[in-house]
Design a protein around this ligand. Sequence first.
Ligand SMILES: Nc1ncnc2c1ncn2[C@@H]1O[C@H](COP(=O)(O)OP(=O)(O)O)[C@@H](O)[C@H]1O
Ligand SMILES: [Mg+2]
Length: 254
Amino acid sequence: MQLMVKYMLSITALSKQFGQHQILTKLHLEIAEGEVFGLLGPNGAGKTTLIRIIMGLIKPDGGDVLLFGKYRPGSIEARRLIGYMPQQHSVYPGLSVLENVLFFGRMYRMQDADLHQRAVDILQMVELEHRKNDLVANLSGGMIRRVMLATALVHRPRLLILDEPTAGVDPLLRIKFWDWFANMVESGTSIIVTTHNISEAERCRNVVFLRNGQKLEQGTPQELMSSYHADNLEAAFVEATRSRAGNENNGALS
Ligand SMILES: Nc1ncnc2c1ncn2[C@@H]1O[C@H](COP(=O)(O)OP(=O)(O)O)[C@@H](O)[C@H]1O
Ligand SMILES: [Mg+2]
């Protein structure tokens, strides 16, 4: 049994610029282990940039990221502990569903017997066992998303980072995705998930609202809804944005 760390992810004063564009501005964020955590914000808020920094795929200009209290982004330890589902398609269209899952498992040096059993189990979970021998090229968008989830999960990561996993997914499948997330957390995997579909994120334990690379608010969906007198998360986000814009106009924001 691994010890729980206080913060699975600690982000301190993180900044990132692309050309003249300030994408993230001295962002501070701490995320606890053992929950579904939502990074919510509109397109262009900086969600993917933040995730790519956490994954060690791009370097920040300043600030610090610490995983599980001690590992840096991109280190071997961090890679082993994290499963990552990028926003863009990340599976091989010319391989079958099963071959994709096995390929990712082998990258993590899983033993064959364990890997084959694990592949069967996760394909069952994402309800694709009956399509396991089909080429990914022949699958629907929703099925491809499920294959991507399976490949991110195969090596039993302690933390799963999902960048808009439900983008372009129909409402029924979206509900299933959130059910699977809840089950995974139940069995000990932590999840960080981004979405611009803020209303779907009411099933997160905690969420942060991001806009223009800055944190507008952080809390449980319930806390955010009640502090903005909103009856859904999307309305709370809109209110948070409005009140921040008001502050900016008053010059109250340094
Ligand atoms: N490699 C890059 N080069 C230049 N600009 C980028 C790059 N990646 C992202 N951006 C810009 O950074 C901003 C934030 O993008 P992104 O992190 O993808 O936001 P989100 O995932 O919240 O939609 C956008 O304005 C985007 O155009
Ligand atoms: Mg994105």
